[in-house]
Design a protein around this ligand. Structure first.
Ligand code: BTN
Length: 326
């Protein structure tokens, strides 16, 4: 059951800049006007900025930095991305919560976000460190009308959106390391994990998991990954607002997704390639029994790596080990 306090915040948030009278609030919440006034004082203590005018009522003019469904929604300028938000303080993995929500018919664009994950999942069964309040630990539920084999395009799209957000909003120079790691200064700052539920030629839903390291200090990124991982703070020397990053990402994601559904993949592909780490350079590829160098020329429409061999032939690799930092 939603608490009276949360209902009150939602009512005020929905009105945006308009005032709601104490009378209207007391009727909507079925509490006395005095109780409304007491709640307002509690909200102020928690960092909400509330303006009260005797003849007009109340309105919210500022939200606390701490993330919650309400604070993330306040100021979010999207039509569908993040219109439903499921926020949890601590979870095993937002992917698990998102799968459950998707199975219970959660809407396209639902965002599941947590302050902390205790079993954050990375690709290839790796762990994803997700310390409390230090990053964006987010799973997005999508219900695209595309073929299941096109699903990897959405992962590439997400990587380009993240790279755009970092470069425009934080003025850093991100690169995307194939398949979908976001690098700052050649260290990993964000990763994407896509999971899909499909039947033959129909996608039931896709969950795109995004982990963005934001406010960890360099030394908090543990020793084993210290040389490979970074955060926005480590790269820029500044703290960043999770709420603003979330909202900026959601707006950019919605725009890119709608344009992809309308115009197809080609714009995303060229954008991806403009951020592609080592594109146009020699890279070392490793398989079980051999290791060789080739020129990384770009990606295919289905997100595979395209290399030019020494004899000039092009090869498309779907899963490969690359010695990126040789
Ligand atoms: C990778 O690069 O290996 C992908 C990392 C994906 C991490 C995110 S954090 C939010 C979501 N929940 C998870 O458990 N994993 C993804």
């Amino acid at each position: 059951m939603e608490s009276t306090r949360n209902k009150l915040i939602s009512l005020l948030a929905k009105e945006r800049d308009r005032f709601i009278s104490g009378q209207a609030l007391s009727v909507a919440l079925n509490i006395s006007r005095n109780a409304v006034w007491k709640h307002m004082n509690e909200l102020k203590k928690d960092g909400y900025q509330i303006e009260a005018q005797s003849n007009k009522g109340y309105r919210i003019t500022g939200f606390p930095e701490k993330i919650s469904e309400n604070t993330l929604q306040w100021g979010l300028e999207t039509e569908w991305a993040g219109r439903t938000i499921i926020h949890k303080e601590i979870v095993n993995s937002t992917q698990t919560i998102a799968h459950e929500a998707a199975r219970s018919n959660a809407a396209h664009g639902t965002a599941v976000i947590a302050d902390e994950q205790i079993e954050g999942k990375g690709r290839m069964n790796r762990d994803w460190q997700s310390a409390k309040d230090q990053g964006l630990w987010l799973s997005l539920i999508l219900r695209p009308e595309i073929q299941p084999q096109q699903a990897p395009q959405l992962t590439l799209l997400t990587a380009t959106v993240l790279a755009d957000v970092l470069s425009l909003y934080t003025e850093t120079a991100p690169m995307i390391k194939w398949p979908n790691d976001i690098l700052l200064n050649e260290k990993k700052c964000a990763g994407i994990l896509t999971e899909m539920q499909a039947e033959q030629d129909q996608i039931k839903y896709i969950i795109i998991g995004i982990g963005l390291n934001v406010n960890q200090e360099e030394k908090e990124l543990t020793a084993t990954i210290q040389n490979k991982a970074t955060s926005l703070k480590a790269a820029t020397g500044k703290d960043w607002s999770l709420k603003e990053l979330f909202q900026t990402f959601m707006s950019a994601f919605e725009k890119a997704y709608d344009s992809y559904i309308e115009n197809g993949f080609s714009e995303i592909k060229s954008k991806w390639e403009s951020y592609g780490f080592k594109i146009g350079q020699q890279i070392r590829i490793k398989t079980m029994n051999k290791s060789w160098d080739a020129l990384f020329t770009g990606i295919s429409n289905d997100g595979a790596l395209v290399i030019e061999e020494e004899d000039g032939n092009l090869t498309t690799l779907y899963s490969a080990e690359i010695d990126w930092l040789k």
